[in-house]
Write a protein that binds this ligand. Sequence first.
Ligand SMILES: [Fe+2]
Ligand SMILES: [Fe+2]
Length: 133
Amino acid sequence: MHYVNWSPLFSVKNPHIDQQHRRLFDLVNEFHSAYKSKENKDYIFSVLNRLIKYTEEHFEDEERLMRASGCPKDLLEHHLKEHEKLIFDIFELNNELHAGKQKSINELERFFDKWLIQHVLEEDKRYLDYVNK
Ligand SMILES: [Fe+2]
Ligand SMILES: [Fe+2]
């Protein structure tokens, strides 16, 4: 059972970005199930690394698209700050796990609910009208 499934509810009506969000959902699911089934540590951290790398790529792409679409400056700046915070949070999770701190599955799910789902549903949807003009 996947932790979260992408559905049209998450669409920002941009096929390129939707595709990237689907990939992020896949990576979060992969990490979630590796952690849940107590796979070996190297594997868990390799998935988390891939998730972090892909997130950085996605944010760069999304920010480039927002800039090119003439998004209002305050919206763009707010979004950049949110991305910065999300990167900080995922690195913090990575550091905590590396330091041997255990996370329950509930804690992880709460983290990703906020980290991924809430961001896509609330923040990413705000650029929809500009990017899809
Ligand atoms: Fe975003
Ligand atoms: Fe996004």
